[in-house]
Design a protein around this ligand. Structure first.
Ligand code: FES
Length: 76
């Protein structure tokens, strides 16, 4: 799994084509290859980014995490 922290912006995830959203006791399957999650705290559509980071002065560095689907083993 690849997780991108956009410079001054959201957390972007590759979904593999779709994802399950659980919220307020409801489940919804959303078909999108990518999802952007708010990390500035300003979105009116949390957990999703709505672009508010562009006007609220949010500043944060870019970074990328790549997580191996296979768990790491210690001592090999
Ligand atoms: S990161 Fe985009 S609205 Fe918060």
């Amino acid at each position: 799994m690849k997780i991108e922290f956009r410079e001054n912006g959201p957390i972007s995830l590759e979904t593999g084509g779709r994802y399950l959203l659980r919220r307020d006791g409801q489940e919804e399957v959303i078909e999108k290859p990518r999802v952007s999650l708010c990390r500035c705290g300003g979105s009116a559509k949390k957990p999703f980014c709505d672009g508010t980071h562009k006007i609220n002065g949010f500043v944060a560095p870019a970074a990328v995490l790549e997580i191996d689907e296979n768990p790491l083993t210690v001592g090999q």
